[in-house]
Write a protein that binds this ligand. Sequence first.
Ligand SMILES: CC(C)(COP(=O)(O)OP(=O)(O)OC[C@H]1O[C@@H](n2cnc3c(N)ncnc32)[C@H](O)[C@@H]1OP(=O)(O)O)[C@@H](O)C(=O)NCCC(=O)NCCSC(=O)C[C@H](O)C(=O)O
Length: 353
Amino acid sequence: MTDWTDPDTFAQALEHVETKEKGNCFEDFEEGDVIEHDPGLTLTQFGNEQWMGQTLNHDPAYWRTDAAEARGFEEPPVHPDYLTAATLGITVEDLSEKGGYFLGRTDVRFPGTPVYTGTELHVESEVVNRATSSSRPEYGIVSWRTRGKDAETGEVLCSYERTNMIPRREPVATDGSGAAAAEEEDEPDLPDEFVAPEGGYFEDFVAALEEADDENAAVAYRHERGRTQDDVTVASLPLATLNTAKQHHNVDVMSDSPSGDIVTYGDVTRSTALGHARSDEQTWREVGFDDESFHTFVAVGDTVYAFTRVLEAEDDASSDEAGTVTFEHIAFNQDDEPVYSGTRTAEIRKRSN
Ligand SMILES: CC(C)(COP(=O)(O)OP(=O)(O)OC[C@H]1O[C@@H](n2cnc3c(N)ncnc32)[C@H](O)[C@@H]1OP(=O)(O)O)[C@@H](O)C(=O)NCCC(=O)NCCSC(=O)C[C@H](O)C(=O)O
């Protein structure tokens, strides 16, 4: 009788059997397709605190009832970064489990916030664009509009458009024009001076922008904190959001991929950098995020730091207690290489209140 567990026999069996595949390839997506994602999760206090604790998002309003009430919340709400990461995590089985990389995202908005723990999340995505990669024949580039909804009321809580590199079943011939374009380098065009705000209140950002306006200067500064990536941030946090992308937990498969190893979930990288930035400001509310890009991989052992540029400040927030500030945040690693960049609009508390 055949012993199926004999190593040689088993190796042959593995070669002959069909693999029950997970996820979709580039060819499976058509523009206009709408996908209702089967996984869903309840946004729990544990999940929220685990995410915020590990990414150094320690704003007391998301942890303490008195601090939450002082900021106009009923109780500590679900953090927008956890809501965003959970909305994306739920989509991975259908959209990106095959192993493509998260390249970028824009128009991240929270129409239904504040969201409180206990809310069940139901997510849907629509394919909005599908393109050939001119530099990487084994991949295509797909964009989706994703909406995370309250499963009970149908209210949209989080919405964004995201782009991933998605493996093709069959590579295509390309002209390599993308690779050639990447070789062209711009001359650095930095201002003569860099101004840092004195504090983290709205007035501090306004004053710094006014000072910079008088000279050839920018309001830009770095944050001291760094967070070295470990097994928790690379594998545990994405899995806690139902993110099944093999990029984060299958070293075996990823050893034969562009990164050569498992990598940090993009939402962990950006939330960590944003956590560093928020620790140096008096946030009132998060409004939205645009033009997010992931430039290179972050892996176990890499350290995520943050750099902030203040772009504008307007006295037009939803509350008299705050003003609106637009930032560009750049996450970078221990070799000073940018790994993420994006703009963020947030309401920042006024000192006078
Ligand atoms: C992935 C990379 C190694 C690719 O590098 P490279 O080959 O140098 O190419 P480009 O970075 O220039 O990009 C490849 C093509 O994609 C297009 N692109 C890039 N960004 C965008 C965007 N935001 N929107 C649309 N298109 C975009 C470029 O124009 C190129 O096109 P073409 O020239 O025609 O080929 C490198 O990008 C890299 O290392 N990036 C970091 C990726 C990363 O670490 N992401 C986060 C971790 S993965 C993750 O979180 C997965 C997540 O769980 C999920 O499931 O989504």
